[in-house]
Design a binder for this molecule. Structure first.
Ligand SMILES: [Zn+2]
Ligand SMILES: [Zn+2]
Length: 192
């Protein structure tokens, strides 16, 4: 297990993801409309999305995430009233992490924020799930094939929902939603 540096594109926001290994998180590529809209909204569609519109995400718990510098740069966006919290940095709009809410021990870190370099496959392991593929788009460059995954699905597969819920249940009992960098103890987000 390793501690992986978290860093926005300009270096103003820095942190660490603790105890990272293929076993302590789940690597997922999501092709949903919302992830694509979010990337466009923060102006990072070019380097956040792959050629087919997918975002490479590593799902861990908030207790594994520590921001050591530039907390004041963190902002979030909700694409709908009940939507998830999509954190990004204000400095150069780097996606930082997707969260359901303060009580839920879940955060999906977009690849841009994790400084794995070329070792992403080695550190995080293979892509376990490629999901919401119905939202995938045809790449301009036809030579770009879709990244392979252990499981692929047009929607959000039931098996993944079960896996996430089991994990959430265990992590909730273990209190892995705390400490939580992104929410104050009373559950309000640290940024407007
Ligand atoms: Zn920055
Ligand atoms: Zn998505």
């Amino acid at each position: 297990m390793a501690d992986i540096a978290l860093e926005c594109s300009c270096g103003k926001v820095k942190g660490k993801a603790h105890n990272i290994s293929p076993a302590t998180g789940r690597r997922v590529i999501c092709y949903c409309e919302d992830c694509q809209n979010f990337a466009k909204k923060i102006g990072r569609a070019d380097d956040m999305l792959n050629a087919h519109g997918g975002t490479d995400i590593f799902q861990i718990t908030p207790s594994q995430v520590e921001i050591t510098k530039g907390m004041d740069q963190l902002r979030y966006l909700k694409l709908s009233e009940k939507g998830i919290y999509r954190w990004y940095t204000n400095c150069r709009q780097t996606p930082a992490g997707n969260m359901v809410g303060p009580q839920i021990p879940f955060i999906g870190i977009a690849h841009n924020f994790m400084a794995c370099g070329n070792d992403r496959d080695k550190i995080l392991g293979p892509v376990r799930y490629s999901i919401m593929e119905k939202g995938a788009r045809k790449p301009d460059d036809k030579t770009k094939t879709m990244p392979t995954a252990e499981k692929s699905a047009n929607k959000f597969p039931f098996s993944l929902i079960i896996k996430i819920f089991v994990r959430l249940f265990i992590d909730k009992i273990r209190g892995k939603n705390r400490p939580n960098t992104f929410f104050k103890p009373d559950g309000t987000p640290i940024s407007e």
